[in-house]
Ligand binder design. Structure first.
Ligand code: COA
Length: 364
């Protein structure tokens, strides 16, 4: 049994805001933003939009693509949507404050009436966590065959647009993959699909990247008047240092598969599998698709590991940091442009609020 990605999709709001546009609003400039982050522009949703609008569109694009590529027997989006068993949505900017989940709203928008639907709250690692979650949900039940894994964010509604240290970094968007459980092998010769994932967290860093208001810790009070709506607060330097370590550590762990959690739980058969899988060389990996938070984080990790920067796919210049959406947006771009092909070994790696981090190793 293999858990394979059979199609991809994305939804990007049309409104493109350049660094120079921001420089007309706050005290910043294109040179600072580019040199400190690699960001040149971001796409921002209009005020009437919500996270589920982008998520549903990205999911729909993945369904359309599966049909157009002949990857499924169904010939209409409506019919294909009915075959989806699970919708897993990674997001940190839900339509509502967790009730209901945004995945349920997406399920309704897509007409995916037979799908279980849940949100994953792992911030920018949401897609990485979501893919592993979907694989687990498909794996434990013979009747489940297909899952939509979506990363969608509408961060612009949770940004203090007067905080130049934060607002220049983020953008809106969504990406999605349609995942199918197939009869292909997941190990050995001809193996396909999701080979393994690293999921990790360091909750002691929860304060470094946080939206403080609106939850059960700091609920709104009747009659309260605030100067700024709930917004993302960030300790940029702390996150930067954590991120470089998270990226380097995850890449090493995915290559060696030597994570202690795996060692604790493995039985003889997984021991056998590990020795077969272990020792994947970075040269075997066609592309590393990192979370697009800051090009400098990726460059620092590449340097530490001695990996050529060109192996990392970067589109941050156009989209900025779209949190859980950044990896599936990048996968869709790579897939549609033919830069990744069937059989290629792909690695994702990411980190975010929580603090969370992790990665996936996938044969495309
Ligand atoms: N435009 C111009 N100047 C800015 C600015 C902006 N948008 N934002 C900050 N500055 C200024 C600061 O005020 C500071 O000025 P000062 O020295 O006069 O006080 C100066 O630039 C340097 O600030 P500093 O915070 O030290 O910059 P930095 O080199 O650490 O870079 C980040 C800041 C945010 C780019 C960097 O810390 C980072 O990328 N952190 C990780 C963030 C991240 O990835 N978050 C999401 C995780 S999923």
């Amino acid at each position: 049994m293999a858990i394979e990605i059979i199609s991809t999709g994305r939804a990007i709001p049309p409104r493109r805001v350049t660094n120079n546009d921001l420089a007309g609003m706050i005290d910043t400039n294109d040179e600072w933003i580019r040199s400190h982050t690699g960001i040149g522009a971001r796409h921002l949703a209009d005020s009437g939009m919500a996270c589920s609008d982008l998520a549903a569109e990205a999911g729909r694009q993945a369904l359309v693509s599966a049909i157009e590529r002949g990857a499924v027997a169904e010939s209409t989006v409506e019919a294909l949507a009915l075959t989806v068993d699970v919708i897993v949505l990674g997001t940190t900017t839900q339509d509502f404050c967790g009730c209901p989940s945004t995945a349920c709203i997406v399920q309704d928008k897509l007409g995916a009436k037979n799908a279980a639907a849940l949100d994953i709250s792992a911030a920018c690692s949401g897609f990485i966590y979501g893919l592993e979650t979907a694989a687990g949900l498909l794996g434990v039940n013979a009747r489940r065959k297909r899952a939509l894994v979506i990363g969608s964010e509408l961060l612009s509604h949770f940004i203090d647009w007067n905080d130049r240290g934060v607002c220049v970094l983020f953008g809106d968007g969504a990406g999605a993959v349609l995942v199918e459980k197939t009869a292909a092998p997941s190990e050995g010769e001809g193996r396909r699909g999701l080979l393994r994932s690293i999921l990790a967290a360091d909750g002691s860093g929860a304060d470094s990247l946080i939206i403080r208001r609106g939850g059960s810790r700091n609920p709104w009070q009747a009659g309260e008047v605030v100067d700024t709506p709930p917004h993302l607060e960030m300790n940029g330097r702390a996150v930067y240092n954590f991120a470089v370590k998270a990226v380097t550590g995850t890449i090493e762990a995915l290559l060696s598969d030597q994570r202690s959690e795996d060692r604790r739980s493995e039985d003889q058969s997984s021991e056998d599998q590990r020795s077969e899988d272990a020792g994947i060389s970075i040269d075997d990996v066609v592309r590393i698709v990192p979370h697009q938070a800051n090009a400098r984080i990726v460059q620092a990790a590449a340097k530490r590991l001695g990996i050529p920067e060109e192996k990392f796919y970067l589109n941050i210049e156009e989209y900025a940091n779209t949190s859980a959406a950044s990896i599936p947006i990048a996968l869709d771009e790579l897939n549609r442009s033919g830069q990744i092909r069937r059989g290629d070994l792909i690695m994702t790696v990411g980190f975010g609020s929580g603090l969370t981090f992790g990665g996936n190793l996938i044969v495309w």
